[in-house]
Design a protein around this ligand. Structure first.
Ligand SMILES: Nc1ncnc2c1ncn2[C@@H]1O[C@H](COP(=O)(O)OP(=O)(O)OP(=O)(O)O)[C@@H](O)[C@H]1O
Ligand SMILES: [Mg+2]
Length: 266
């Protein structure tokens, strides 16, 4: 941290360099030297198919898994040496969230509020606010076990917003949701970003990265194979008039393999 430049990317809310993780018993490393920078107030989509290493990268950045090699700073704190500070500065919406199925949405939110250190009254007020802003006010007293996938995902997101985090990680926000629920969730994420939160999300859908992200990083077999804005990546796949349907992640893979030059400008 010797540079005084305000553009210094080491000051960005998420900075990772040379992240490597090889789980025992696996033939190849899950992450093989990944660099990632997300500047303040931006949404970055970590895009990749099953097993690409997306969840592992999120787990490392949120202090849940130790990398074998590499360094990462989140919200200005080192993920290894200052894990407690990192945890206090972030929100995490996991791929599989831990909600109590028997409790109502409101009770789940109150419980998370109490665990975050709010008073009983504070937790109740925050739960009501979050139900309102998540569009769940009408179903807040129903047990979570009876929720649809879309309602459930919005509640997952709400639980990570009890104390407004500066940096939010969302692992596959809309996998398994129908288009209506997917668009509602996108709106919730956009509202957060408007309020100043920096977001790193993972997705398997190019369409989702296109709809939400300022920057896209494509991960394959633990390595970054392309990165840029959604426009950069769509240009890579082909001219719009040549594409008869929306390009998919497979189109990007195919194109990267078909061209000798490989990744676009990093
Ligand atoms: N704790 C672990 N122990 C052993 N192997 C693991 C562990 N966690 C992840 N892996 C392996 O690392 C690879 C990448 O897993 P990861 O969950 O990061 O991928 P992903 O991109 O999130 O995939 P998905 O889209 O299916 O969620 C997989 O092959 C997985 O088996
Ligand atoms: Mg995953």
């Amino acid at each position: 941290m010797t540079s005084k430049s305000t553009q210094d990317s080491t000051m960005a809310p998420i900075v990772a360099r040379g992240i490597r993780k090889h789980f025992p018993g696996n033939v190849r490393p899950t992450l093989d030297g990944v660099d990632l920078t997300v500047e303040a107030g931006r949404v970055c989509a970590l895009l990749g198919g099953n097993g690409a290493g997306k969840t592992t990268m999120i787990r490392i950045l949120t202090t849940l898994t130790r990398p074998d090699e590499g360094r990462a700073r989140v919200a200005g704190h080192d993920v290894l040496r200052e894990a407690t500070r990192v945890r206090a500065s972030i929100g995490l919406v996991g791929q599989y969230a831990a909600l109590d199925e028997l409790l109502s949405a409101r009770e789940n939110l109150e419980l998370f509020g109490r665990l975050s250190g709010l008073t009983r009254r504070g937790a109740r007020d925050r739960a009501d606010q979050l139900l309102e802003t998540s569009g769940l006010a009408d179903v807040g007293r129903r047990p979570v076990g009876a929720f649809s996938g879309g309602m459930r995902r919005r509640l997952d997101l709400a639980t990570s917003l009890i104390t407004t985090p500066g940096v939010l990680f969302i692992d596959e926000p809309t996998t398994g949701l129908d288009p209506g629920a997917r668009h509602d969730l996108w709106d919730s994420v956009r509202a957060l970003v408007d309020a100043g939160t920096t977001v790193l999300l993972t997705t398997q859908y190019l369409e989702e990265a296109d709809a939400l992200a300022d920057d896209v990083v494509i991960l394959r077999e633990g390595a970054v194979i392309a990165q840029g804005t959604p426009e950069d990546l769509k240009r890579l796949v082909g001219e719009p008039q040549m594409v008869l349907r929306e390009p998919t992640l497979e189109d990007v893979y195919f194109h990267l393999h078909a061209t000798e030059s490989g990744a676009p400008a990093a």
